[in-house]
Write a protein that binds this ligand. Sequence first.
Ligand SMILES: C[S@@+](CC[C@H](N)C(=O)[O-])C[C@H]1O[C@@H](n2cnc3c(N)ncnc32)[C@H](O)[C@@H]1O
Length: 528
Amino acid sequence: MPARKNHKAKKKHHQQPQHQLHQKQPQEQELPQSQDEETTPPAYRIAHSDIYGRYLVANRELKPGELLITEPPLVIGPCVSADPVCLGCYKPVTLSAAQYRCPSCAWPLCGPSCVGLGQSNGHSTEECALYTKRRPQAADQLHQRAAPIDIRDLYELVVIVRILLLRTHAPAQYVLIERMESHTEERRHNAVLWQHYEEKVVHRLRESWQLSETISADELHQICGILDVNCFEIGQNGAKARTLYPSAFLLAHDCSPNTAHTDDPRSFAIYLRTSRRVREHEALTLSYAYTLQGTLKRRDFMHDGKLFWCQCQRCADPRELGTDCSALICGGCKAGTVRAAKPLDQDADWTCDRCDYRLSATQLVRLLDRINNDLESIDVHDIPGLENFLKRYREILRPNHYLLLSAKYSLCQIYGRIEGYLLPQMSLEDIERKERYCREFLEVIDVLEPGLTRLRGLIMYELHAPIMVLAQHAIQNGQIQRQDFQRKLKEVVKMLRESRDILLLEPEGSSEHEMGLAAADALTKMGC
Ligand SMILES: C[S@@+](CC[C@H](N)C(=O)[O-])C[C@H]1O[C@@H](n2cnc3c(N)ncnc32)[C@H](O)[C@@H]1O
């Protein structure tokens, strides 16, 4: 779910707020726990509620960073995207004539020695055999002149076909997938959604690919629903894939969750840990949406894909846990703040806290889409472009608005990293700006994704450098006393320690892990 290119990032339920789930619900019934209870007391149990369906609950108080789940995917494949990827390792490929392709089925691959060739989590022999038979309908359609929508449609089919192959080749895995929630009946009532899958998946596989003997239309719709509701988007070092995991799918959603996850770049196994302290009986949660988005967008995303209206504490609070990350500056009095009057009603007006000014939800969505498109049109390395964006919208959006934070996050990452803006080349004003953006971003992330979360680790690493450089400059020029300098150094050490501890939880070989090692190295050099 990344909102920005360099970021990392649905049943009509009437759901009760998240905090009420921390106590065992009267209608809650416990399901068998799969862990070996004799050796380790299980960290969690599977529970059931009318609102969440099955979900995981802490069996005891859990410390931040406890590893709860690590398991390989039941199925993995490319994300739904028009950007072609290698079927073995999910790294980007092109559709040019020079691109290496599978000698049998002709799907583009990164090369003849791709680690995923012949592997169940890559381009398996069964998959290759099926695509070889369907070459005219499949790989032959993937050429340089192919329209993005046609490329997207073909890549969307890959995971679905892989699930079909599991029925024959790994039936036990198929059964685990088949038991996942699909929300098929609710999806059937959504004419646009149903028609989309009817055309793009059901008709295509059953008629064009002549698989009608293999699978019924209803079964295909069920698989599409299971994928929409349960899949994770993962990937490291440029790879992008979607996966279904045997138990991680059970976690309920919360817009300020208490777990964080990462994945192994080789095996694609998930590592799911508590990100903060979790109380006994508290629901274990992860965020299905990108946390750095406003309530309106997140709720729509969850409703469209996962078929429920989120009613977590963050969604129910017009100030989003005090962050005000969806707030606008009043277009009437220019002084008040415009927020959702009733955040759990998608159609309710947005009102000013000082005057009568109001915006309808439709007007607001239009405005946000326009600003978002503007942001998306700026290259993530374009520092003047991003700075201009911040200037353009600072009289419309509150400083913590998620769209401004998104631009600030990009700037935090590139100030000090790209030619012309490397730390020694930067003006003091630019270094101060990097420090300010990092602090503003961290303040919001500390609330929305507190604890051991990747974004906190990354931003704290970014923040240590400007604090250090500015402190050194200030002491050299007699602007601060030795005591103030020591205080700044202590803050640098704190940032580096926390970022090291968080980022070293990321898998070896990932860029985040490398940053964790760099933080550790910096600490050693400082004698800490
Ligand atoms: C990935 S599945 C989670 C497992 C699912 N509860 C089950 O029993 O199979 C996602 C589904 O769980 C339910 N769910 C998860 N989090 C929820 C929440 N915060 N509020 C309401 N429903 C939720 C929704 O039905 C959603 O589509």
